[in-house]
Structure formats: structure tokens, C-alpha cells
Design a protein. Structure first.
Length: 265
């Protein structure tokens, strides 16, 4: 998708490589947060993020060393893939997931408390990261122009739409459709940023960062509106909190009871 967009929107080679790198990046952890807030399937979200991060160890290198060189128009650039960063991303998925599973089975009361505070904490964290992130990188906005904004919006939004359509074609339930849509559109900007910083000379290195920053900036905007609309719907129509999850509490109780029975046997 990112390669096709760059054939439609004319961008300088270094900036185009930044957008292409964003398209080659694995799913970002933010997709798990939005999936939680928007009623998706968190297990599917974590699984897709894990698989895409594992695949990135090979696929990102393949794309950047083939189509990436085409975008650079035959310039001699030694592209460096941040394998350590990708492995750390894997650990950041596996370790919290493992700890959460253990807490859910062994400490169900603690799990209930975590479930109650998780959604509000995630919402505050996302708003904080977006506002502080934009403020800390205000200088990047000076490099934005209509073409960069168009590419920055098209890349994630096309991912949202295509992912949702494919999930609907395969007749997946609505929570899965939302999850696949979010996982397809939200990428990990840290991977392309490290690739560009370590591979390109100045000033191309700084110019190339405009692509990932633009995509990361415009990705959350429709999601914020979706979260706000969902919050209003729950408050005004359903007359209950969006953060309430009685079905999850019941599931935790059932798992804890099953674990206790198994331990007794």
C-alpha cells in the first residue's frame, strides 16, 4: 500500500523512503490500547502484533533492500535493519502478556482491579503521548506540506479500511473486524525511524523522518473521534460506563475457579 501511494503522491526520495519504511514496519503496541478502548478482541490484537513483529525480522529487510532501493533511485545507501529493537518489541509483548496470564490465574482479585483501572489508564496514556509527542516535535510541522499530509493520512487510513473490508469479506464477527482494521492501520514508527537514522547521511536522515512522524501524527485522529463517540454512546444511550466489563470479570472468576479445582485434584 505504501509503495502504491508513493507512485501517486510525488515526494522527495528520502521522504518517500520514510513513508515506505513506515509501511514495512510491524504493528505497534498502540493498536492493543485502541483495541481495548474500542471493544475489539485483545487476544487477537496481541497475537497479530506478535506475528507481525516476528515477520518483520525477515520481511522488513526484504522490502527495504529491494523496493526501498528502487525508491532511493539507485543511490548507494547501506540500509541498516534494527534487529535489536525488533527483538525488544517482541519481549515487550511476551513478558507483560505472560505476567498478565499468571496474575489472571493465580490472583483473580488483583486481575479484577487491573481490569477496572486499565482502560482509564490507557486513555490517559494515549492522550498524554499524543499531546506531548506533538509538542516535542513541533519543528517537524514546519516541513509538512499538502503532499506530506496527504501521504501521512492515506497510509494508515487505507490500512484501516482495507483491513476492515478483508475481515468482513471473511465473515468475521464485529470485534474481530475492528481488531484487524486497527492492527492493519497502526504501525510501529520506532522501526523506520531507527532504520533511517542509521542508514541515511545528513540532511537526508532528518528529512526522511517526516514520513513516519506524519503518519504517526495523523493515525490517531479518527481513532480519537471513534473513542469519543463510543464514550458518548455508552453514557447517553446505554446509561453506563464504557469502562465497565462484567463479562470479563465473570470470565476471570470462571478461570480462577477452574484453576482452584485443578489444584485441588
Amino acid at each position: 500500500v505504501s509503495f502504491a501511494i508513493l507512485h501517486i503522491i510525488d515526494l522527495p526520495a528520502s521522504t518517500a523512503l520514510g513513508y515506505f519504511g513506515m509501511g514495512c514496519a510491524p504493528g505497534g503496541g498502540a493498536s492493543n490500547f485502541y483495541c481495548l478502548l474500542l471493544g475489539g478482541d485483545i487476544s487477537l490484537s496481541i497475537t497479530m502484533t506478535l506475528i507481525s513483529t516476528l515477520a518483520a525480522l525477515g520481511v522488513t529487510s526484504l522490502y527495504m533492500l529491494t523496493l526501498g532501493q528502487y525508491i532511493l533511485r539507485s543511490r548507494n545507501v547501506d540500509i541498516q535493519i534494527p534487529y535489536l529493537n525488533i527483538v525488544l518489541s517482541l519481549l515487550l509483548i511476551l513478558i507483560p502478556t505472560g505476567l498478565g496470564y499468571i496474575i489472571k490465574l493465580k490472583l483473580p482479585r488483583v486481575a479484577k482491579v487491573f481490569r477496572k483501572i486499565l482502560k482509564p489508564a490507557v486513555l490517559v496514556f494515549i492522550v498524554f503521548m499524543f499531546t506531548v509527542g506533538v509538542y516535542a516535535n513541533l519543528f517537524i510541522w514546519q516541513l509538512f506540506n499538502p503532499a506530506i499530509i496527504a501521504a501521512g493520512c492515506t497510509l494508515p487510513y487505507a490500512g484501516f479500511i482495507l483491513g476492515g473490508i478483508l475481515a468482513a469479506i471473511f465473515r468475521q464477527p464485529w470485534p474481530y473486524v475492528k481488531t484487524v482494521s486497527l492492527e492493519t492501520g497502526i504501525q510501529n514508527p520506532g522501526v523506520p525511524i531507527l532504520i533511517l537514522q542509521t542508514s541515511l547521511p545528513q540532511p537526508d536522515s532528518d528529512l526522511s523522518l517526516v514520513g513516519p512522524f506524519a503518519a504517526a501524527t495523523f493515525t490517531p485522529m479518527p481513532l480519537f473521534m471513534w473513542v469519543a463517540g463510543r464514550f458518548i454512546y455508552y453514557r447517553c444511550y446505554l446509561k453506563r460506563s464504557m469502562f465497565a466489563q462484567p463479562e470479563i470479570d465473570a470470565e476471570i472468576d470462571m478461570d480462577a475457579a477452574a484453576a482452584s479445582e485443578a489444584a485441588a485434584k
